[in-house]
Write a protein that binds this ligand. Structure first.
Ligand SMILES: Nc1nc2c(ncn2[C@@H]2O[C@H](COP(=O)(O)OP(=O)(O)OP(=O)(O)O)[C@@H](O)[C@H]2O)c(=O)[nH]1
Ligand SMILES: [Mg+2]
Length: 302
């Protein structure tokens, strides 16, 4: 069993810095870490990577032939990687014996909630190399400073969770900067816990730019609340305590904390007693909400 993280999030949310900081922290606590750079647009890497997609395909090449733009180019690169997954598998094979793997992905969010290639090749790797991966989605905490942007971040997180179908942790990154953005409309807990989005309505109503989308935004908030899957933890990558807290959460989600335990039924049952099965709860929640919103019936006209 090999453990690791799939690091994703919008452009500039801190993924590459995170991989660098996280690998340093994990090394300090005694784990052997390998970083896999799967972002072909990552030209100045702050870390030493064990595998670099650049060796397989270069973004600048696909922008010349077949003459794609940067976004189309990244999609092409992910599709190319999916077709050539044997290349990545052969590079990972010697590492998976004793390394913890961090995958640094591009910041193009469509790759993780609509496009299929990244999900498909990750699933193939999970099966062939017996990986246990958690998706860590970084969202710049600056998005909390505007209610409309915050709702977009929630929607992005939810769509990605449902699409990727992997253990998932949402993180408000660069939390050290939150104080410099002025007073937030609510305490930080409101943004991390995602408990009652109706409070946002008042602030959305006051924003003239979002007037046109008020009803839509309010309906989207209902969908997010009905799923009840999204919440956030916070991170300042420079702060050891903050990274340590996040590592504890990730270790629970990908099962790392259980890896030292003898895999006997008795040992696992001790852990399982009194705890709900999170994966099953998620499957049932998603199914129930999708049934509510994705009915085959025609909407009734008044
Ligand atoms: N203050 C602060 N800055 C951070 C933190 N994490 C990242 N940054 C800064 O945010 C900027 C973007 O960081 P990157 O790591 O390049 O972000 P990225 O998500 O990899 O960006 P793309 O690959 O272009 O999508 C850099 O200037 C980082 O120094 C953090 O925890 N706190
Ligand atoms: Mg990056």
């Amino acid at each position: 069993m090999v453990f690791g993280q799939v690091v994703i999030g919008p452009p500039g949310s801190g993924k590459t810095t995170y991989c660098n900081g996280m690998s340093q922290f994990l090394s300090l606590i005694g784990r052997k870490v390998a970083i896999v750079n799967l972002d072909p647009a990552n030209d100045a890497l702050p870390y030493e990577c064990a595998v670099n997609i650049d060796e397989l395909i270069k973004l600048e090449d696909v922008m010349v032939d077949p003459a794609l733009g940067p976004n189309g180019g990244l999609m092409y690169c992910m599709e190319y990687l999916e077709k050539n997954i044997d290349w990545l598998e052969s590079k990972l094979k010697p590492l998976v014996k004793d390394h913890y793997i961090l995958f640094d992905f591009p910041g193009q969010v469509e790759l993780f909630f609509v496009h299929d290639s990244s999900k498909k090749f990750l699933m193939k790797l999970i099966k062939s190399l017996d990986l246990r991966l958690t998706v860590v989605q970084l969202i710049d905490c600056h998005l909390c400073t505007n209610p409309g942007n915050y709702v977009s971040a929630l929607l992005l997180s939810l769509s990605t969770m449902i699409h990727m179908e992997l253990p998932h942790v949402n993180v408000l990154s660069k939390i050290d900067l939150i104080g410099s953005y002025g007073k937030l409309d609510f305490n930080l807990d409101f943004y991390t816990d995602v408990q009652d989005l109706s409070y946002l309505q008042h602030h959305l109503n006051q924003d003239p730019r979002s007037a046109k989308y008020r009803k839509l935004t309010s309906e989207l908030c209902s969908v997010i609340e009905d799923y009840g899957l999204v919440n956030f933890t916070t991170l300042d990558i420079q702060d050891k305590e903050s990274v340590n807290d996040l590592v504890k959460i990730i270790d629970k989600t990908n099962g790392y904390i259980f890896s030292g335990i003898d895999a006997s039924v008795v040992e696992y049952s001790k852990i399982a007693i009194g705890k709900r099965d999170v994966s099953l709860t998620i499957v049932f929640t998603v199914a129930a909400v999708q049934e509510k919103y994705m009915t085959d019936e025609e909407p009734k006209t008044q």
